[in-house]
Design a protein around this ligand. Structure first.
Ligand SMILES: Nc1nc2c(ncn2[C@@H]2O[C@H](COP(=O)(O)OP(=O)(O)OP(=O)(O)O)[C@@H](O)[C@H]2O)c(=O)[nH]1
Ligand SMILES: [Zn+2]
Length: 352
């Protein structure tokens, strides 16, 4: 994605309810369904004609077959505007919070997408902004932010990281630790590397930890993140040194608010995978391109990886980092996360 900062500005605009324009031959101007205020919509869509763009997975959850690009859940779906489809109804369309409590919404009709690449890029931006994957397409000539489509697709999608700062950060039992902050070119996030001790000789013990505010900070029992984080640092220290990457892809890449929406769906009986799908995301939206770029920036080409997730191993290897050994990283289950851990094994392919 862009190195120009346009992506960061677009993400900020979407989060604060402003319109973004993607230059794709024809301009593609959109605003988040979640953040657009009624006042802005009256301005951008005075005749209430704007269609809605939602993710293919959300369309599937709403039983809205996309007649044209059927069966590709990764393809966004353009939903025709209906007289009853006002702002409140659009929010219900985007947000599954009420799905289980009300009659199915509709009837809905899909329209042909003139610019599928721009549509896809728009939903990638909403996800990077931590918003629901649903936007109004508005017929407005101007928007606060404008990005050429080619900054959002193809080779430019390969993220880069920039080292911002490094400092000593003595940790309990591991006084010889350094912290590095790297900014991702595509997500604008500050990813963290902890370098513990001195490692040399064999490939270092490495843990890729994805951010989990609820588990890491509050000690939530719903997942295994908190104990995994502590135990990874302990094991790295015991090995004499290694690296922990703290990747800012909260909620398997859907962001904190969306993860909490997934938790609310889990309170109503959905499992961790189905909750993500119902929100319009894939089961796991993370990628490990930042992780491999950071490892490479640290001069690390080969690792011993602490994980139960075979996708992490495959993703690193695909990015050219050799995984010399996978080191299992199981934590004891508790009554609140036993089902979650079972679903990870049974549906997400985690190794037992
Ligand atoms: N969307 C979603 N994210 C969750 C849920 N529970 C935990 N998470 C997130 O899942 C991620 C867990 O990351 P990791 O522990 O690094 O990865 P993993 O895929 O479990 O693989 P391991 O390396 O074996 O631990 C964190 O970003 C959590 O915030 C959930 O129910 N829904
Ligand atoms: Zn967690």
């Amino acid at each position: 994605m862009s190195r120009s900062g346009a992506v960061e500005r677009a993400i900020a605009a979407l989060r604060t309810g402003r319109a973004v324009r993607i230059e794709a031959g024809e301009p593609f101007v959109f605003v988040s369904i979640e953040t657009a205020t009624p006042e802005l919509l009256r301005l951008l869509d005075p005749e209430s004609k704007s269609p809605l763009l939602i993710s293919g997975r959300r369309a599937a959850a709403l039983s809205l077959a996309n007649e044209r690009d059927a069966a590709d859940p990764a393809q966004p779906v353009l939903v025709a505007r209906e007289p009853w489809l006002d702002r409140a109804a659009a929010i219900t369309l985007a947000d599954p919070a009420q799905d289980l409590a009300r009659a199915p919404i509709g009837p809905l009709h899909s329209l042909r997408l003139k610019s599928p690449d721009a549509a896809q890029a728009a939903l990638v931006l909403t996800r990077a902004a931590g918003l629901l994957p649903a936007v109004w397409l508005v017929d407005a000539p101007d928007a606060s932010i404008s990005i050429p489509l080619d900054e959002l697709v193809g080779d430019n999608l390969q993220p880069d990281v920039t080292l911002l700062s490094r400092a000593r950060l003595p940790l309990d039992g591991m006084p010889d630790t350094q912290i590095f902050a790297f900014r991702g070119s595509d997500d604008g996030q500050d990813h963290v590397a902890l370098l513990v001790g001195a490692f040399g000789g064999k490939p270092p013990l490495v843990r890729l930890h994805s951010e989990c505010l609820t588990g890491d900070v509050f000690g939530s029992l719903k997942c295994d993140c908190g104990p995994q984080l502590k135990e990874a640092l302990r094991l790295i220290g015991a090995a004499g040194g290694g690296v922990l990457l703290y990747l800012r892809q909260e909620g398997r890449g859907i962001g904190l608010a969306n993860k909490l929406r997934a938790y609310a769906l889990q309170d109503r009986g959905l499992d961790t995978v189905d909750a993500n799908l119902r929100l319009g995301f894939s089961d796991d939206e993370r990628d490990y391109a930042h992780a491999s770029a950071i490892l490479r920036a640290l001069g690390i080409e080969e690792v011993r990886l602490l994980t139960n997730n075979p996708n992490k191993v495959a993703a690193l290897e695909a990015e050219g980092i050799k995984v010399a050994e996978r080191v299992a990283h199981h934590m004891p289950a508790n009554p609140h996360n036993a089902d979650y851990l079972a679903v990870k094994r049974e549906k997400s392919g985690h190794l037992p």
